[in-house]
Design a protein around this ligand. Structure first.
Ligand code: DAH
Length: 349
């Protein structure tokens, strides 16, 4: 018994000395293993406890446990010291070095162009409206007078969702297929949502993301951005449409910008046009005219669908791609650059 207790003190002292003097974490670990490890010296001593006479065990156990706790706390303390030491800078701080300023970020070029477009339309009284990107067939196609067999409705062209009508949606007034969900193919669906919930007049623009089943290449991407415009009032004319579009494009693309309308077809407008524009930017791209938008006078059937009287109300609508405007404006030749988020690209705007 006396022999056992006598072994503790020298072991304790040796261990403490080694732990406290460990010059680095590796040496500390070595010291831990040699005293407290599975085959360490103190562990070996503790294993002898069982062999002591019964009456000697309590005192011996108490003494060896106290030593163990002391060593463990010395170990933790030295580990803390060594870790703090390792984290300290190796070199002294040189206060004469120039400062480092955190670089300010900036808005994405598509956001900047969108904000410019919105700002121009605000000047002539348009408000920004919004709608869901997960849309149903009714708002995306049927209400816009798009026939069931129109190619845009094909699953080859549009991302349909497997789910049915959204939870809490009003009971479908239309035939069931019109409530199939899809990722909206254009922002034109928001025309319907806005007109269905407010009486005329309407003067809105709708910037937003749209989706199509296209493979990505230099001019296509499965998601891109559009701006929709809708103006409804009494006695609205094509002249209003032209004047407004001309004002906005001159603001966006420079005051010498010219626009022209070409006849086209959209199911939700009649007559319908495509808008071309010409400016220093198109000439830089080697083109006299570049197609930029679709537009037209709102089709009477669309007014019927939202409960507006087509005998009283007239209007126009347009839609164009934001990427296309940004590409022309900045001379960018690959649409994918917008989505890669390479800071070397983004920093330039
Ligand atoms: N929705 C059409 C598209 O995605 C663009 C468009 C054309 C919108 C004519 C309109 C419009 O509002 O009147 O290509």
């Amino acid at each position: 018994m006396a022999g056992f207790i006598d072994q503790i003190e020298p072991l304790r002292r040796a261990a403490l000395a080694e732990l406290r003097a460990a010059p680095d974490l590796a040496a500390l670990e070595q010291a831990r293993v040699s005293f407290l490890g599975l085959h360490g010296q103190l562990t070996a001593l503790m294993k002898q406890l069982g062999a002591l006479p019964k009456e000697a065990k309590p005192a011996a156990g108490k003494a060896v446990n106290a030593a163990k706790l002391e060593l463990e706390s010395a170990l933790a303390q030295r580990r803390g010291e060594l870790e703090r030491q390792a984290a300290r800078p190796k070199e002294p701080t040189d206060f004469t070095l120039p400062g480092r300023r955190r670089a300010l970020g900036q808005l994405h070029p598509l956001t900047q162009v969108t904000e410019d477009i919105v700002r121009s339309f605000r000047k002539v009284g348009f408000a920004v409206a919004d709608g869901p990107e997960v849309e149903d067939e009714y708002h995306c196609f049927d209400a816009l007078n798009t026939p069931a067999d129109h190619p845009a409705r094909d699953t080859q062209d549009t991302f349909y969702l497997a789910a049915s009508a959204p939870a809490g949606a009003p009971a479908p007034a239309q035939a069931a297929p019109a409530w199939r969900l899809l990722l909206r193919t254009h922002t034109s669906s928001v025309q319907i949502r806005v007109m269905a919930r407010q009486p005329p007049p309407v003067r809105i623009i709708v910037p937003g993301r749209v989706y199509r089943r296209d493979n990505a290449d230099a001019t296509h991407n499965p998601t891109f951005h559009q701006v929709e415009g809708l103006y409804v009032d009494r006695q609205v004319t094509v002249g209003d449409l032209k004047g407004t579009v001309e004002f906005v494009f001159k603001e966006l693309m420079g005051s010498e910008t010219r626009i022209r309308f070409r006849p086209h077809y959209f199911s939700y407008t009649e007559p319908s046009f495509e808008i071309d524009f010409s400016s220093a930017l198109t000439r830089r791209m080697g083109k006299a005219w570049l197609e930029i938008a679709g537009c037209g006078m709102v089709h009477p059937q669309v007014f019927e669908n939202v409960g507006y009287d087509p005998e009283v109300w007239t209007g126009w609508a347009f839609g164009f791609g934001i990427e296309r405007i940004a590409m022309i404006r900045y001379g960018i030749n690959d649409i994918r650059l917008f989505y890669e988020n390479d800071v070397r690209f983004l920093r330039q705007f």
